[in-house]
Design a binder for this molecule. Structure first.
Ligand SMILES: [Zn+2]
Length: 352
């Protein structure tokens, strides 16, 4: 599939933590001709290059899941109580449209209902929202209707109902779930490009499950694969719309972000320095960051004796319904990963 169409499809795909199946099928379709693919019981997609060519083993990862919701209970009037999967700000969820996957695997539209202004009291308008205050309405009028007609039950999964679009002139995507679908796209493209070259290394990859609920998929992946090094692709939150100039570390169109620190990992300083040197050598724009929050699958892999770097593709308004990401940053992320992989060798690795 063409890159733009693939990114659009990955972004639009239904894949909250724990229900990544659709994302896994899209990725498999793209790479199974040259990668051996297997899914584990958590729906981690684990891939190995069919042509194995070297001793040094590099693993690439991007997580397949997105922040979403799970139905907790159905009220007698047909409204659905739900809980967040991953980090959400409640105010961003109210009055939005969602897709719920029903028992037949079909997507049912619903809205997060809110009281019209006509009925809200003054004190209600300034109230801080909680998930207990929010309900999803699928247009039904009773619990039985929800279960029997709509095929929705407790435990059904939901995501923002947002289809991705592309602005060709400005090379910008607008859609949901670029954390981490833009990373999934970068991983796929990197694998495709490497396939055309003789790189003399062993390459494996994963589209890991359940990152957004505590890097759970990666814990399983690490029990199955023992690479020497890992490169983690991420859709990282952009900060250029609210930070002061001197604090901006992940602006759109300024290149992928290489983080030195977040709450899950102090990035391996020598691997990180090597990545920064490669960026300089090939004139690839990059942004360095020290994140006060955040966490990635690198948080798991680096504690398994695997030097890890994270290549983040900035995405504005991550963990909301609508986000922007740029084609340029995506392309630079792919190029950076490829050059790092090409230039790495056993001697450099031994010095890490
Ligand atoms: Zn992520």
């Amino acid at each position: 599939m063409k890159e733009i169409d693939l990114i659009k499809q990955l972004s639009t795909s239904f894949g909250p933590s724990g229900m990544e199946d659709d994302v896994v099928s899209v990725v498999k379709e793209e790479v199974s001709s040259f990668m051996d693919c297997k899914e584990d019981t958590m729906r981690n997609l684990i891939m190995h290059r069919k042509k194995e060519t070297g001793k040094l083993h590099i693993h690439l990862d991007a997580h397949g899941d997105e922040v979403g919701f799970i139905i907790q209970a159905i009220k007698p009037n047909g409204l659905l109580r739900f809980l967040p999967l991953g980090g959400w700000i409640c105010e961003n969820v109210a009055a939005q449209k969602v897709w719920i996957k029903n028992r037949e695997g079909k997507l049912v539209e619903g809205v997060v209902c809110s009281k019209p202004p006509h009925f809200t009291k003054k004190e209600e308008r300034h109230k801080h929202l909680d998930f207990e205050d929010l309900l999803i309405d699928v247009g039904a009028s009773s619990k039985e209707e929800v279960i029997n007609e709509y095929g929705i039950s407790i435990g059904s999964f939901a995501v923002p109902a947002v289809s991705c679009s592309y602005d060709e002139k400005h090379e910008m995507f607008l859609g949901k779930a670029f954390d981490c679908r833009i990373g999934c796209a970068a991983l796929i493209q990197t694998l495709k490009d490497l396939e055309k070259k003789e790189i003399g290394k062993t390459i494996s990859a994963s589209i890991s499950a359940q990152e957004e609920v505590g890097e759970r998929g990666m814990k399983s992946v690490m029990q199955q694969i023992k690479p020497d090094l890992m490169i983690c692709f991420e859709g990282c939150p952009a900060d250029d719309t609210f930070e002061e100039e001197y604090m901006i570390q992940s602006a759109l169109k300024k290149g992928p972000m290489l983080r030195h620190f977040d709450v899950s990992m102090i990035t391996h300083p020598r691997f990180q320095r090597f990545a920064l040197e490669i960026a300089k050598k090939y004139n690839i724009p990059v942004q360095e960051s020290v994140r006060r929050g955040g966490g990635t699958n690198g948080g798991i892999s680096h504690t398994c004796n695997i030097p890890t770097i994270v290549i983040g593709i900035p995405t504005r308004y991550a963990h909301t319904f609508y986000s922007y990401t740029s084609m340029q940053d995506y392309k630079h992320a792919v190029l950076l990963a490829e050059k790092i992989i090409e230039e790495l060798n056993e001697k450099i690795y031994s010095e890490f």
